[in-house]
Design a protein around this ligand. Structure first.
Ligand code: PMP
Length: 326
């Protein structure tokens, strides 16, 4: 769907997947205005197809657009474009639980101009691909690497936007993590270099135990981390389960101390792609410590099962999260 400053959103088109052409002076190639979203479509037991919280992704897309001086898009145009793409081939969406169709809407600057300013023209596209488990080892806990050399987002920056440049800036840290045998980077805040913010493509949760009951803790949305839709869903599910859920700061020192002292029993990462992945071990320059004996804990498993059951239509959708596509 093209956008022009003087005419707004123009008529879109469904086209076979193919390369697109860009002018060498298209502004996205020089000044990087590119944002995207990611969510999934799931086949239901009766064969119908539903997406998970697409309006929430549309709203986050618009908040990314505002931060990058790009045009916002009506929520129904965004959701309708995705629905139209999915509808043209039902067979796209796999049925096994855990498998889905990953949908990737994106928008980038197309105006041909060399001056540094916001583009006047944009293209919005949606592509999609069947998806299995995010981590090759499935639900087995992962080892994560604490990034002490690089930061992902600074106050006032673009950390809360799903902005392509955030990912470009994180690739080197991700490579370093892989070289350390870790599946993901854990980002610390840019100012104190101590507060845990999020992971490469996922938000993070800590499970504390207070008087025998789980207390779910996740970093507060300070503007430097992505407000994950899965994160928000887990906070809502925690209340359904009768668990306390807190959004607050947790430093790396506190994380390590809480595990050592037995106050923290689990940690897990969450996001569209991986749903919920337990964190089994945490590696930094100083050494490695493990959590829950590097096994999946009951709280992570409960959230994972609850979310997957809602997404695949195996449990009632009490929060109205599922959107009918076809
Ligand atoms: N943080 C980052 C940096 C991400 O890329 C993602 C994936 N979109 C998330 C968190 C999790 O967000 P969501 O639950 O909406 O997929």
């Amino acid at each position: 769907i093209p956008y022009a400053a003087d005419r707004g959103w123009l008529r879109g088109q469904l086209r076979p997947y193919a390369p697109i052409t860009l002018d060498p002076a298209a502004m996205v190639l020089h000044y990087g205005q590119a944002i995207f979203e990611g969510f999934k479509a799931y086949r239901q037991p009766d064969g119908r197809i539903k997406t998970f919280r697409p309006e929430a992704n549309a709203r986050r897309f618009n908040s990314s657009a505002r931060r990058l001086a790009m045009p916002e898009m009506p929520v129904d145009l965004f959701v309708g474009a995705v629905d139209a793409l999915i509808r043209q081939d039902r067979a796209w969406v796999p049925s096994p639980v855990g498998e889905s169709l990953y949908v990737r809407p994106l928008m980038f600057a197309t105006e041909v101009a060399l001056g540094v300013r916001a583009s006047r023209d944009y293209d919005f596209l949606v592509i999609a691909s069947p998806a299995g488990a995010y981590f090759p080892q499935g639900v087995k806990p992962v080892t994560v690497w604490i990034s002490e050399d690089f930061v992902r987002a600074a106050p006032g920056g673009t950390g809360a936007a799903k902005f392509a440049g955030n990912y470009a800036a994180s690739l080197l840290a991700q490579m370093n993590a892989a070289a350390e045998g870790c599946a993901q980077v854990v980002w610390l805040d840019a100012v104190q270099r101590s507060v845990v913010e999020e992971m490469g493509g996922m938000n993070i949760f800590f499970v504390y135990e207070e008087r025998g009951r789980p207390v779910i803790v996740t970093p507060e949305l300070t503007g430097t981390l992505l407000p994950g839709i899965t994160r928000d869903s887990i906070i809502q599910l925690a209340r359904d389960f009768g668990y306390a859920a807190e959004e607050r700061r947790v430093t790396f020192d506190e994380w390590r101390a809480a595990v050592r002292e037995g106050r923290m029993t689990e940690a897990f990462a969450c996001g569209t792609a991986a749903v919920i992945t337990p964190i089994g071990a945490v590696k930094s320059r100083e050494g490695t410590f493990s959590i829950h004996d590097n096994e999946t804990g009951p709280v992570a498993a409960r959230f994972r099962d609850a979310l997957l059951d809602i997404q695949h239509g195996l449990a009632p959708d009490r929060h109205g999260w599922m959107h009918d596509v076809v």
